[in-house]
Write a protein that binds this ligand. Structure first.
Ligand code: HEC
Ligand SMILES: [Cu+2]
Length: 360
């Protein structure tokens, strides 16, 4: 009869030999290479547009900085722990003729050491964490651009109070200038949503009858993708948004265009479409400034709908084909959509789409 240790030793050969085996070395290098690839890929916003590891605002930079501190500390502690563990496993492994090891149970020095070391480490994490938390809740500076955000099932409304008293209202695509603090004043029309554009900073809940705020300064022009981050019903996963950061002059141009009323219909087919939209059922839910459709509040403002790159909260590219699908049967495209299928004829839809496409 052989003891289990004896059998194990025979199977593994002389101590340490398996570490030197080609098979072990190959697997270890493959694993290391795979981990490196994953680590290198994580920060790339081209392949992963909703990464938080490629910060593009002051707020996102602070959060990313904190993450880096945690990562470095975490890796250091793990590597040290595993090195010590590995050393002990090999150095003090079982040998049949070895004497009983020294017993250290209840050793005061050890007890104090392994209480103090974690306490010091946790304090080292706590200080930057608390400072970052305060930063995420900072007051908006006086020169901030204030935008009112309203979450709806399942889209985002953005309103800009402008100097001349008109309010510019758009949906799902929020335009901001680079280098100026942006203050989002957020509330919900229905359930709880969560505003999250990872490259701009952390998440913030959006709650009915309450205002939550987030302040950040975009640092680089570009298009940044985001997504509602709180389950809010059937089409929660289709509640996307994009933030378009412009150079200040481009932003001013955008805002000036959005402040203007909707264009007049330039030809007769479009005039029919305009009549169908502004004089028909659409006007019950949508506003188009400068037309008779003034009171619709349940759907996105369509005054400049053609200037958006996507429709239906980022799920469809904004083109004639998709507008046709959408106007024909919105819930067929977006489950649960609060814009109903309206039973319109093909020709009517074509007129409507022709008109919508003029609304730059
Ligand atoms: C009962 C209310 C209601 C009616 C009637 C209605 N809509 Fe909508 N519409 C909505 C809602 C709500 C949304 C947002 C849906 C979403 O993204 O989940 C929407 C979205 C849209 C969008 C996409 C806008 C964007 O920026 O994403 C277009 C275009 C649109 N509607 C056109 C029309 C037209 C044209 C009509 C009339 C033929 C119409 N709607 C009638 C409620 C309505
Ligand atoms: Cu939501």
């Amino acid at each position: 009869m052989t003891f289990p240790e004896e059998r194990l030793r025979r199977r593994m050969g002389p101590a340490g030999s398996w570490i030197n085996s080609t098979r072990f070395r190959r697997s270890a290098s493959a694993l290391a290479a795979a981990l490196l690839l994953v680590a290198a890929g994580c920060g790339d916003a081209t392949d992963y547009p909703q990464t938080s590891l490629d910060p593009k605002s002051d707020l996102a930079l602070r959060i990313d900085g904190l993450w880096n501190v945690m990562l470095v500390l975490g890796i250091t502690v793990s590597v040290l722990t595993f090195l010590i563990l590995g050393y002990i496993l090999v150095r003090f492994r079982y040998r049949p003729d070895a004497p009983q090891p020294k017993q250290v149970h209840g050793n005061t020095t050890l007890e104090v050491a392994w209480t103090l070391i974690p306490a010091v480490l946790i304090s080292a994490i706590a200080v930057p964490t608390v400072r970052t938390i305060f930063f995420t809740y900072r007051e908006a500076p006086a020169d901030a651009l204030t935008i009112d955000v309203r979450g709806w099932q399942w889209w985002w409304q953005f309103s800009y109070p402008t100097a001349d008293g008109t309010t510019v209202t758009t949906a799902n695509e929020v335009h901001v200038p680079v280098g100026r603090p942006v203050h989002l004043r957020m509330t919900s029309n229905d359930v709880i949503h969560s505003f999250w554009i990872p490259q701009m900073g952390g998440k913030r809940d959006v709650i009915a009858n309450r205002t939550t705020n987030i302040v950040f300064t975009p640092l680089e022009a570009g298009v940044y993708l985001g997504q509602c981050a709180e389950f809010c019903g059937e089409s929660h996963a289709l509640m996307k948004m994009r933030l378009i950061a412009h150079e200040p002059a481009d932003f001013d141009r955008w805002l000036a265009n959005q402040s203007a009323s909707a264009v007049e219909a330039p030809d007769s087919a479009i005039a029919i479409g305009r009549q169908l939209v502004t004089g028909g059922v659409c006007a019950g839910c949508h506003t188009i400034r400068g037309t008779t459709a003034q009171f619709g509040r349940l759907g996105p403002d369509l005054t400049h709908v053609a200037s958006r790159s996507t429709i239906a909260a980022g799920i469809l590219e904004n083109n004639a084909q998709n507008l046709t699908r959408w106007v024909g049967n919105a819930p067929g495209v977006k489950p649960g959509s609060l814009m109903p299928a309206l039973g319109l004829g093909e020709q009517e839809i074509a007129y409507i789409v022709a008109y919508l496409q003029t609304l730059y």
